[in-house]
Design a protein around this ligand. Structure first.
Ligand code: NAD
Length: 362
């Protein structure tokens, strides 16, 4: 089993270091190899996704990714910006299925801006299609772009497009995932206004015929955005396109109140995957040793489950995280009165200790 480790920029290096210590504590035999990506790769090689990094990612069974980006790169031409590395990895590895679970840990119910009864016990999964839709259509306006802007332009447009195979495969991923959960899928679209999403709805409905054990309903995206804050626990699996998924998965993530807790997985058709926290490189706290490493540690657990066939090891990590939260340790982003504030390293230490069954720090 080979893992490509791409820590990236900002807090990326700090949080990935803790995830690696947790993986090491499991005593499984992995080969891990690191490479530069994002701003760090741009500084060293003049490109955010150098050939050598892409080659390593392609050859590995899984990629453990930190985060990329820093405000200091905002003036670079778009193809050289750190964030392009993640788009390049998605495209080159064919990572079409993005899994974003939103789970509310009992000890963190107070961190949400919603009432505790609305989110206590929340466990939903958003599956976002990642390589199609308007983000990969034809951006005609960009022909005239100067430094990423359109001086004097009268119009700009992007095209929304999905093909049947693209919708079929993401629908299957959602139905299969629901089979391992509560057997309900909500397909989110805008079929009342957009042809692309009437087509999406039709194809999802056809694929559903192969999954009679799964309950399927359809919801317009504006209603879904409302229902997510009104009654989020009514959902089980949500499947949607790239743009709606981008927005709804961030909304769902924030239901739990703690961006530092949320893992994600992006998979291709051979279950090769890229695993990363849902948050970015947090330049405001980089280098201070205060970032929450749990989203990355939980992403490593998803990696074990989905790409490396090590479900038991994944369970051990997830139980260790619950144990550490129950012991009252918190990084700054999830700290509340009565709990003990710790840094990135101490949080990593505590998870390692829980895995190896030693005493928890603090
Ligand atoms: P961000 O997610 O990096 O940070 C938002 C806020 O959340 C900040 O206040 C930050 O301190 C806090 N935060 C994030 N992760 C945290 C953690 N683990 N522990 C504690 N606090 C945490 O988003 P942003 O500030 O909008 O973006 C910063 C940079 O990250 C930008 O360059 C952006 O493009 C990039 N970004 C990268 C990815 C990625 O690599 N996939 C995703 C989103 C943003």
């Amino acid at each position: 089993m080979k893992i490509a480790v791409l820590p990236g920029d900002g807090i990326g290096t700090e949080i990935v270091a803790e995830a690696i210590r947790v993986l090491d504590a499991l005593d499984l035999s992995f080969e891990m190899e690191s490479a530069l990506v994002g701003g760090a790769a741009y500084e060293a090689h003049g490109h955010p996704l150098p050939e050598s990094t892409l080659k390593l990612a392609k050859e590995a069974d899984a990629v453990l990714f930190g985060a990329v980006g820093d405000w200091k790169y905002d003036k670079l031409d778009r193809p050289l910006r750190p964030e392009q590395a993640i788009l390049g990895l998605r495209k080159n590895l064919g990572l079409f299925a993005n899994f974003r679970p939103a789970i509310c840990y009992e000890q963190l119910v107070g961190a949400s801006s919603l009432k505790p009864e609305l989110i206590s016990g929340l466990d939903i999964l958003i599956i976002r299609e990642l390589t199609g839709d308007i983000y990969f259509g034809q951006p005609r306006g960009r022909r005239t772009a100067v430094d990423g802007h359109f001086p004097g332009a009268e119009e700009a447009f992007d095209t929304m497009r999905y093909s049947r195979p693209e919708v079929e495969r993401i629908a299957r991923v959602a139905f299969e995932a629901a089979r391992k959960r509560n057997k309900r899928v909500t397909s989110v679209d805008k079929a009342n206004v957009l042809e692309t999403f009437q087509f999406w709805k039709d194809v999802v409905t056809e694929v559903h015929k192969d999954y009679p054990d799964i309950e399927l309903d359809h919801m317009y995206v504006d209603n879904a955005a409302m229902q997510l804050v009104k009654a989020p626990k009514k959902f089980d699996v949500i499947v949607t396109g790239n743009m709606f998924g981008d927005i709804l998965s961030d909304e769902a993530a924030m239901l739990t109140g703690s961006i530092g807790m949320l893992p994600s997985a992006s998979l291709n058709s051979s279950n090769q995957g890229l695993y990363e926290p849902s948050h970015g490189s947090a330049p405001d706290i980089a280098g201070k040793g205060v970032a929450n490493p749990l989203a990355t540690i939980l992403s490593a657990a998803m990696m074990l489950r989905f790409s490396l066939n090590q479900a038991e090891a994944a369970d051990r990590i997830e139980s260790a995280v619950k144990h550490v939260l129950a012991s009252g340790l918190r990084t700054g982003d999830i700290w509340s009165e009565g709990t003990k504030r710790v840094g990135t390293r101490e949080m990593g230490d505590a998870v390692v200790a829980a895995i190896t069954k030693k005493t928890i720090t603090g």
